[in-house]
Design a protein around this ligand. Structure first.
Ligand SMILES: CC1(C)O[C@@H]2[C@@H](CO[C@@]3(CNc4nc5cc6c(=O)[nH]c(N)nc6cc5[nH]4)OC(C)(C)O[C@@H]23)O1
Length: 373
């Protein structure tokens, strides 16, 4: 742990990078997967369980927490870490993306975004400066700039307008954030599926000399190859000595292929959301526990796993819980999924250090394909 925010590259293997972010609240082994804790909770998990799966950092959402319980109230309560019982780093998204995907009656201008709460219809304004202020009130360790992510498909003109405004907002966020040695503010690369706009966004953000760079505007329904193509364009421009965070991604296959293109950090609701719907991620691929074929299967999900949810319960029991819509079903499958995601990241990190990431990636994909489940 350090009093400052430091990223060190430990090893590289092709474009894949093994690194470590040191912050006052703890260090983050990269490539890292950040469990999503949108409203101050990683759904269906205790925070010490989340840590037990191997997570070094979790994600929170400005949009949700500013609406409920409120940013100033959170500050009065001592901040999100104390509120939620997670004392390690927290990254918070800035809210713009959630406004566009969740709220009603939105108005977006150069000044910022005005919107209606999806909870009670109350009206709110959020400027780049207010987003950074809210993230500060929450006590966030890694704060994201306010940006505009256009929904694809969109016209090049629309994508260019949003990308250029996001660049201007990045500068305003950098000024508002100021100098906070133990914390970081990341810029977000936009530009949709247009390489030249992605390049301009990446160069523009690089010129701001930020502590880290996110790739946004992806995982919004585009084909995987489009997402990967945009990484091939963007990552080589971003400074190699700063962390790169791909927002909202993804499946285990997305993670492997994005690490292979130079991404260091990920977040996705996939493991937790799928867990609540009885979809288990394992070394052998995905298992839909609702399927009747599991009804008398004595086997656990993975007897070699260190996670009790994967090792100590039969598929028959998990099938029963999921079919009966029992709360314990959501808890156990979520626990299994987050544990598998962290085991995958741990395997990725070790393979980069051993200079065998390509083999690990191929072996892992073969295991998924073989199924044998
Ligand atoms: C993959 C999966 C399972 O994740 C689900 C659902 C649909 O995609 C997700 C995840 N994708 C995603 N792309 C993002 C892009 C940005 C961005 O450009 N800027 C900022 N500030 N934050 C972002 C957050 C992002 N999350 O986005 C919502 C709509 C939050 O639900 C998530 O499919």
């Amino acid at each position: 742990m350090t009093e400052t925010f430091e990223f060190k590259l430990i090893a590289t293997d092709g474009q894949a990078r093994r690194g470590e972010i040191s912050m006052p609240r703890g260090s983050i082994r990269t490539p890292a997967f950040m469990p999503v804790g949108t409203g101050g909770t990683v759904k269906a998990m205790y925070m010490d369980q989340v840590r037990g799966t191997g997570a070094d950092i979790i994600l929170g959402n400005t949009y949700h927490l500013m609406l409920r319980p409120g940013a100033e109230r959170m500050a009065r309560l001592g901040g999100l870490h104390r509120f939620a019982g997670w004392n390690r780093p927290i990254l918070t998204d800035s809210g713009g993306f959630q406004v566009m995907s969740l709220s009603g009656l939105r108005k977006l201008t150069e000044q910022g975004v005005t919107f209606q709460s999806h909870i009670d219809g109350s009206r709110h304004e959020m400027s780049p400066e207010r987003s950074i202020e809210i993230q500060g009130l929450l006590g966030s360790d890694i704060q994201m700039q306010l940006d505009e992510c256009v929904r694809l498909p969109a016209t090049p003109t629309e994508i260019e307008r949003a990308m250029e405004m996001s660049l201007r907002w990045a500068e305003r966020c950098r000024v508002a954030f100021g100098e906070q040695p133990g914390k970081a503010m990341f810029g977000i690369v936009q530009g949709g599926d247009i390489p030249t706009l992605r390049e301009r966004s990446a160069h523009g953000l690089k010129a701001l000399d930020l502590k880290g760079y996110a790739v946004g505007g992806l995982a919004v329904g585009e084909p995987q190859e489009v997402m990967l193509d945009m990484l091939d364009v963007t990552c080589p421009i971003l400074p190699s000595e700063k962390p790169r965070y791909l927002m909202g991604v993804g499946t285990p296959d997305d993670l492997l292929k994005s690490v292979g293109r130079g991404i260091d950090m990920f977040d996705c609701v996939m493991p937790t959301r799928a867990g609540r719907h009885g979809l288990a991620f394992t070394r052998h691929g995905k298992i839909n526990l609702k399927n009747a074929r599991h009804a008398e299967d004595h086997r656990p999900l993975d007897e070699e796993s260190s996670c009790p949810a994967a090792r100590d319960y039969s598929r028959a029991y998990l099938h029963h819980l999921v079919r009966s819509n029992e709360i314990l079903g959501m808890m156990l499958v979520t626990w299994n999924n987050l544990s598998y995601y962290q085991d995958l990241m741990s395997g990725i990190r070790a393979s980069i250090e051993a200079q065998r990431f390509a083999d690990f990636s191929a072996e892992t994909q073969e295991m998924w394909a073989r199924g044998d489940i």
